[in-house]
Design a protein around this ligand. Structure first.
Ligand code: FAD
Length: 416
């Protein structure tokens, strides 16, 4: 158990230990003289939790003790009403990456090129041939998903169907040309989930203070610098912690702007509305949040094409064998995220049928409004079992085989 005293001093304090926080802390810790404190609301021992490390457990993490269990806003209009939707967020060392769906994909090269004018972007490094080595020696090892023999019938039919629709199939998404069905690269390595918690494992100069919430950022109004953080422990005790160099806030997409705005960093009009004294009028904090629209389809398959009886259904001979195999050397179906193939798809021919789309396109130099330079319109995840993390209305069936197809819009209309 980590013990940090009141008034303890560090060089850096990282608030929130998700993907961003761990990478910051891990990089800062490369300097052996730097002392880094990380504070996190969730538990610390993600690396040792089978619930997190066994890839096939991913479907069970929604609404578990490691989930913030956010709810999306209820939509209630005259013409449409939707009940609240669970919105998973990792509350554990590693944040969302400890709970997420494993897919690792680089961005489209053309999108980076579009940003070239506004941010630094070095094409050669973004798409270096080095990417093809897929970081197996990096701090968070990733790999092409292991193609498990039990999934061959499913893989075979999927590939045939994709080909028959005239779309390409490739192993290579490393050159930035995305549209294709590809053998996915996952944050799974040798049968274990790779999380950003690995980045800070065994780093003697990183101190992790789990299960605490930051209560306040103490900001020197004169030089607008934050060097102190007050945190509140689960016992209710408060600790003041000091950073000689910097405080880095990385609490994720909802909590980071909330903490900053409560402390007076944000759009001044918004802060004044709530009586918060403005320390830094920063117009973009807490703004520009975009929905990432996804639609999930869960469909029945012929028996023999799904993995439900290996993973979700209790006491089947397949499941018993799968457990034994995994216990032996983390291999077999339980070491899989079941996301072997990911499709990146353009749907130009359907869009072109819509007169509104054609009209809007004509006003935009005849360029596709959503993905003007050939980026995929959609990402399709093909998971060959009943996706109970995505299908919360129905209990998991006790028999039968299923497929879950997750369709994600890749570039939101508002961004386009
Ligand atoms: C279900 C799901 C599936 C996903 N699948 C994929 C995928 O397949 N591929 C992909 O690339 N991306 C995926 N993502 C997105 C990706 O995981 C996130 O974009 C990424 O992890 C965000 O990193 P972050 O550091 O910004 O935030 P987070 O990972 O959310 O980290 C924030 C951290 O701050 C902590 N924190 C928050 N509030 C407080 C507080 N008040 N006090 C202390 N600590 C706090 C949290 O507990 C958390 O550890 C998925 C996300 C989800 C939720």
């Amino acid at each position: 158990m980590t013990i940090v005293q009141d008034n303890a001093r560090f060089d850096f304090i990282v608030v929130g230990k998700g993907t961003a926080g761990n990478v910051f802390a891990g990089r800062l810790a490369e300097n052996p003289n730097a002392r880094i404190l990380v504070v996190e609301a969730g538990v610390e021992n993600a690396k040792d939790l089978e619930a997190i490390r066994v890839p096939s457990n991913a479907m069970d993490l929604r609404d578990s003790e490691y989930d913030w269990s956010f709810k999306a806003t209820m939509v209630k209009r005259d013409d449409y009403e939707r009940i609240e939707k669970p919105n998973t967020g990792g509350k554990v060392l590693g944040g969302n990456l400890s709970l997420n769906s494993f897919t690792w994909a680089p961005g489209s090269k053309v999108t980076f090129d579009m940003w070239e004018d506004v941010i630094y972007h070095d094409d050669t490094n973004a798409y270096s041939p080095e990417l093809k080595k897929i970081c197996q020696k990096g701090p968070i090892p990733i790999a092409h998903s292991k193609l498990i023999p039990e999934m061959q019938p499913f893989r075979g039919l999927l590939t045939k169907a994709w080909n028959s629709a005239g779309h390409p199939v490739t192993e290579n998404i490393f050159d930035g040309t995305m549209p294709s069905l590809t053998h996915s690269v996952n944050t799974i390595y040798k049968g274990r989930r790779s999380g950003s918690f690995l980045y800070v494992a065994d780093k003697p100069n990183v101190t992790i203070l789990p299960q605490v919430h930051p209560r306040n950022l103490i900001i020197d109004v004169a030089d607008k610098t934050c060097r102190d953080v007050t945190v509140i422990l689960s016992s209710g005790q408060e600790l003041n912690l000091f950073a000689a160099r910097e405080v880095i806030v990385s609490e994720g997409v909802f909590e980071t702007p909330r903490l900053l705005m409560l402390r007076g960093i944000g759009p001044s009009a918004e802060l004044k509305k709530h009586g918060i004294p403005v320390i830094n009028d920063s117009p973009h904090v807490g703004q520009h949040l975009l929905d990432y629209p996804c639609v999930y389809f869960v469909l029945r398959l012929k028996n023999g094409f799904g993995m439900d009886d290996y993973v979700l259904q209790k006491g089947t001979p397949y499941k018993n064998q799968a457990i034994k195999t995994y216990q032996n050397n983390y291999s077999g179906s339980l070491g899989s995220g079941f996301l072997e193939m990911v499709g990146f798809l353009r749907i130009d021919k359907y869009l072109e049928k819509d007169p509104l789309f054609r009209q809007a396109k004509a006003c935009k130099d005849n360029k596709d409004l959503f993905c003007p330079y050939g980026q995929p319109h959609f990402k399709l995840d093909f998971v060959c079992l009943f996706g109970r993390a995505f299908q919360w209305y129905y209990p998991t069936p006790s028999k039968g085989n299923y497929i879950t197809v997750m369709v994600d819009l890749q570039r939101c209309p508002a961004a386009s």
